[in-house]
Ligand binder design. Sequence first.
Ligand code: SAM
Length: 226
Amino acid sequence: MRIDILTVLPELLESPLSHSIVKRAKEKKLVEINIINLRDFTTDKYKSVDDYAFGGGAGMVMMIEPVYKAIEKLKSERDYDEIIYTSPDGENLNQKIANQLSLRNNIIILAGHYKGVDQRIRDNLITREISIGDYVLSGGELPAAIITDAIVRLIPGAISDEQSALSDSFQDDLLAPPVFTRPAIFKGWKVPDILLSGNTGEIEKWRHEQSLERTRLLRPDLNNEE
Ligand code: SAM
């Protein structure tokens, strides 16, 4: 899989995509992630990527040309399954969307900045718009990193025990059961006896019941009826 992220602030994306599961997935060549600086697609000496909004008003707008050139260059090199724009008014990111995207081969993610990108890019080049929640951030770099992380950890082989991604919250519309590690007793706080029993079948049953109970209590809106 290949993910190309277009941004005016590449520095913001470097660290989030250089550690842990994403780093290992890159090392194992399961995913190639390219962070592309939109300033490399400008023609003026100031490398401008923003301009005043037509009609006036506060805030700058991401210019159409550098974004268009960057996307067209990538598209001339390979086919893309999705060209995503990060936007507070997009569809809310959830596990189903992450699952779908993890099955794609090539994705572009355009991280917005300023007041956002010129609408004509959204109308003509973008295939999907994704929000990471109902709040406004300064730029789309962190959303792009979050979307990438959510996708990459689902690629088979990215996590050593593949089951571990599949048993995370929201797969099957269930929240994950509680987890414990050593010591078995800390300050009198005990790990549930069942987890120390060694009875795998009973442990799985207990975990499933815990998942159902947590979901019922914390997220009754999830459809987890069996
Ligand atoms: N004027 C825009 C609005 O009101 O919808 C917000 C612009 S915001 C300051 C700059 C950029 O950050 C956006 O264009 C978008 O790419 C990104 N962004 C901000 N919040 C986001 C969110 N919740 N989800 C995804 N992207 C977001």
